[in-house]
Design a protein. Structure first.
Length: 151
């Protein structure tokens, strides 16, 4: 019987956004120091003598995928909503999330957008377990496979 594990990698980025028609201060452009946690759940690879032996996925591989497809740059395969506008360059880090994603940029919507972006960028959906996005030091939104209807 295979052994399973959950592995999590944390990422940090700075970005701006606003929530049009919001009743509070978030209706105005402002920024956050976001903290993103991406968790994978899967079988521990048993491949004696191989680099991946004993891992679900190498943390460095996960870091490269996340940075390449959403944080430092935006993969061409990442879906963008109908309100997306051209962005100068880059990914989520130091960018306007409204322009980049084309969605209403609540933390709840962003975690679903990030999930889709990770899958389109190369993370196997059967391994993707949880996406947690901290908008402030005390508040985050998260989704798991259950919220995606995958369990």
């Amino acid at each position: 019987m295979p052994k399973y594990a959950i592995v999590t990698r944390e990422f940090n980025f700075e970005a701006s956004h606003h929530l049009p028609n919001h009743r509070g201060k978030c209706r105005r452009p402002h920024g956050h120091s976001y903290r993103l946690e991406v968790s994978l759940r899967g079988p521990i690879i048993e491949a004696p003598g191989e680099s991946s032996d004993g891992m679900v996925m190498d943390f460095e591989d996960l870091k490269e995928i996340v940075n390449h497809c959403i944080i430092e740059s935006l993969s061409d395969s990442v879906p963008r909503g109908p309100e997306a506008t051209p962005v100068e360059k880059g990914g989520m880090d130091h960018n306007d999330l409204n322009a980049l994603t084309g969605i209403r940029t609540t933390a709840e919507n962003l975690v679903h957008w990030i999930w889709d972006a990770l899958v389109s960028g190369g993370v196997r959906e059967e391994l993707l377990y949880r996406v947690r996005l901290w908008e402030t030091a005390k508040g985050y939104a998260e989704i798991t496979r259950a919220e995606r209807g995958l369990e």
